[in-house]
Design a binder for this molecule. Structure first.
Ligand SMILES: *[C@@H]1O[C@H](CO)[C@@H](O)[C@H](O)[C@H]1NC(C)=O
Ligand SMILES: *[C@@H]1O[C@H](CO)[C@@H](O)[C@H](O)[C@H]1NC(C)=O
Ligand SMILES: *[C@@H]1O[C@H](CO)[C@@H](O)[C@H](O)[C@H]1NC(C)=O
Ligand SMILES: *[C@@H]1O[C@H](CO)[C@@H](O)[C@H](O)[C@H]1NC(C)=O
Ligand SMILES: *[C@@H]1O[C@H](CO)[C@@H](O)[C@H](O)[C@H]1NC(C)=O
Ligand SMILES: *[C@@H]1O[C@H](CO)[C@@H](O)[C@H](O)[C@H]1NC(C)=O
Ligand SMILES: *[C@@H]1O[C@H](CO)[C@@H](O)[C@H](O)[C@H]1NC(C)=O
Ligand SMILES: *[C@@H]1O[C@H](CO)[C@@H](O)[C@H](O)[C@H]1NC(C)=O
Ligand SMILES: *[C@@H]1O[C@H](CO)[C@@H](O)[C@H](O)[C@H]1NC(C)=O
Ligand SMILES: *[C@@H]1O[C@H](CO)[C@@H](O)[C@H](O)[C@H]1NC(C)=O
Length: 370
C-alpha cells in the first residue's frame, strides 16, 4: 500500500476515539437524610449527583444496581435565592434597581429614567432590542407588547431584548432613549429566574425531569429531590429529613489550583488521581474549557508533551494529536531542541486555545480520573 495512504488510514483509525464522560455516578445503598448524604458524597466523591441531560440520567439509572430501591436522593435542593437573569442567558451581575426595588412578586423588569423596576410581565410596554445592524447596537420598538411577546419580537427581528451589563451600557441606553426623546417605561431583557431549585455542587444545569404534578409547590416542607420508583425514575420533591439511599458523582476532571511546573503537576496527578488530562476530541475540549474557567493562572497544563527530535506532539496516554486546537504560531513550527523542553497548556481565558510553553513555567493544571 502507498505509504502516505497507509499513514492517513492509520490516522483515521487512531483519531476516531470519542470520549465524553464528565462524571461518574456511584450508588450508595445506605439510608441517610439529604444533608448526611451530601456530606458523605463530598467526603468520598465530588458531591451528591448532578444531572445535566437525559444521557446523564441514563448513566445515573445504570449505576443503581438494585431495582428494588424505591426512592433515591440526588443533589437538587430548593433554595430561597432570588436570582435575576438576562434574556440572553447571562446572569445579572450588574444591577441598577430603583430605590426599594424589586418590591413585588413579579417576574419581569422595566427601565424608568435609567433605573430598573420589577413589573408584571403581562403589562404592555414599548421595548428596546439589541441589534447587530444599527450603529448603537440598539433598536427602539414603538409598539407595546407584554414581556414575552417583546422578547419573541426581538429574537425574530433583531437579536434579543436588551441586556444592561454594566454602568457603561446603562449610560449608553439612557443616552439612546434621550436622543430619541423616548422617556416612557421600556422593557429590558431582565427576568426573575423562577426555578428556585439548585444543585448541591453549584452547577447551573437547568435540566429537570420532574414527574407529573411535581415539584409539589404547596408542600413547603419538600425541599429535596428523589428519583422515583419504576424504570422511568422521574423526579419527586420530598422532605430533606427522610432517609433514602443516594447517588454521588465523581468529576472526571479536577482543576488543581496550585502553581506547579509540568513535571510536578504530572507527579501530583499520577499520585492523587490518574493522569494529566488528554484532550482527544472537541467534546473533551468543551469539558476542559468549562473546568478551566476557575483557574488562577493564565493557562493550565495539559498532558501534552513535545517529542522534539521527531517534531511531534503527543498525549501522555500515548496517542498522537489528532484533534487540535492550537493558538496561531503554536504547536505547528518545530521547537528548538537545545532549549528547555516544551509542554502544552490551555489558555484559561479568551479563545481557550493550546499554547506551547517551557515545562518550567508554574501553572494550575487539570488532572483526570479514570
Ligand atoms: C466515606 O466512606 C466510608 C466507607 O465507604 C464511610 O465509612 C465514611 O463514613 C464516608 N465518609 C463520610 C464523611 O461519610
Ligand atoms: C424550604 O425552602 C423554603 C425556601 O424555598 C424555606 O422557606 C423553607 O423554610 C424550607 N423548608 C424546610 C423544611 O427547610
Ligand atoms: C396588552 O395588550 C393586549 C392586546 O392588545 C391586551 O389583550 C391585554 O389586555 C393588554 N394587557 C394589559 C395588562 O393591559
Ligand atoms: C410611536 O407610535 C405612536 C402611536 O402609534 C405615535 O403617536 C408616536 O409618534 C410614535 N413615536 C415615535 C417616536 O415614533
Ligand atoms: C463604553 O462603551 C463604548 C462602546 O462600546 C466603548 O467605546 C468605551 O470604551 C466604553 N467605556 C468604558 C469606560 O468601558
Ligand atoms: C452555566 O454556566 C456556564 C459558565 O460556567 C455558562 O457558559 C452557561 O451558559 C451557563 N448556563 C446557563 C443555562 O446559565
Ligand atoms: C497529592 O495531594 C496531596 C493533597 O492535596 C498533596 O499534599 C500531595 O503533594 C499530592 N501529591 C503529589 C505527588 O503532588
Ligand atoms: C498562582 O499564580 C497566580 C498568577 O500568578 C496567582 O494569582 C495565584 O495566587 C497563584 N496561586 C498560588 C496558590 O500560589
Ligand atoms: C503562541 O500563542 C500565544 C498566544 O496567542 C502567542 O502569544 C505566541 O506568540 C504564540 N507563539 C508563537 C511561537 O507564535
Ligand atoms: C536554539 O537555542 C540555542 C540557545 O539559545 C541557540 O544558540 C540556537 O541558535 C537556537 N537554534 C535555533 C534553530 O533557533
Amino acid at each position: 500500500m502507498d505509504q502516505t495512504l497507509y499513514l492517513i488510514l492509520l490516522l483515521i483509525a487512531l483519531c476516531s476515539i470519542s470520549e465524553c464522560v464528565q462524571r461518574q455516578y456511584h450508588f450508595i445503598n445506605v439510608l441517610k437524610t439529604w444533608t448526611e448524604a451530601q456530606r458523605f458524597c463530598r467526603k468520598n466523591y465530588t458531591d451528591l449527583a448532578t444531572v445535566d441531560n437525559m444521557n446523564d440520567m441514563n448513566e445515573l439509572k445504570k449505576s443503581v444496581n438494585d431495582g428494588g430501591v424505591q426512592y433515591i436522593w440526588i443533589g437538587l435542593q430548593k433554595t430561597s435565592v432570588d436570582k435575576w437573569q438576562w434574556s440572553s442567558g447571562e446572569p445579572a451581575l450588574y444591577l441598577n434597581w430603583g430605590s426599594g426595588q424589586p418590591d413585588g412578586r413579579v417576574e419581569c423588569a422595566m427601565m424608568r429614567n435609567g433605573e430598573w423596576h420589577d413589573w408584571s410581565c403581562s403589562n404592555n410596554l414599548t421595548f428596546i432590542c439589541s441589534s447587530s445592524n444599527m450603529n448603537t447596537g440598539l433598536v427602539f420598538v414603538n409598539q407595546t407588547k407584554n414581556w414575552r411577546d417583546a422578547q419573541s419580537y426581538c429574537r425574530q427581528n433583531h437579536i434579543d431584548l436588551v441586556s444592561v451589563r454594566n454602568q457603561n451600557e446603562s449610560q449608553q441606553i439612557q443616552k439612546f432613549i434621550n436622543d430619541n426623546h423616548r422617556s416612557n417605561d421600556v422593557w429590558i431583557g431582565l427576568f426573575r429566574v423562577r426555578d428556585p431549585w439548585q444543585w448541591s455542587d453549584q452547577s447551573n444545569s437547568s435540566f429537570r425531569d420532574w414527574n407529573t404534578d411535581e415539584p409539589d409547590i404547596i408542600g413547603k416542607l419538600k425541599n429535596c429531590t428523589v428519583i422515583g420508583p419504576n424504570a422511568l425514575r422521574r423526579w419527586h420533591a420530598d422532605s430533606c429529613n427522610n432517609q433514602f439511599p443516594f447517588v454521588c458523582h465523581e468529576d472526571k476532571l479536577i482543576l488543581i489550583k496550585e502553581n506547579l511546573t509540568w513535571p510536578e503537576a504530572l507527579r501530583h496527578c499520577r499520585q492523587n488521581y490518574t493522569d494529566l488530562v488528554s484532550v482527544h476530541s472537541v467534546e473533551m475540549q468543551e469539558e476542559v474549557m468549562n473546568v478551566v474557567k476557575r483557574a488562577s493562572t493564565e493557562a493550565v497544563w495539559l498532558g501534552l508533551h513535545n517529542y522534539c527530535q521527531m517534531n511531534m506532539w503527543l498525549w501522555l496516554s500515548g496517542e498522537i494529536v489528532c484533534y487540535q486546537n492550537w493558538a496561531p504560531g503554536n504547536g505547528t513550527t518545530p521547537e528548538n531542541c537545545s532549549l528547555t523542553k516544551r509542554k502544552g497548556a490551555l489558555q484559561s481565558g479568551g479563545d481557550q486555545r493550546w499554547i506551547s510553553l517551557p515545562e518550567t513555567h508554574k501553572l494550575n493544571f487539570i488532572c483526570s480520573r479514570s
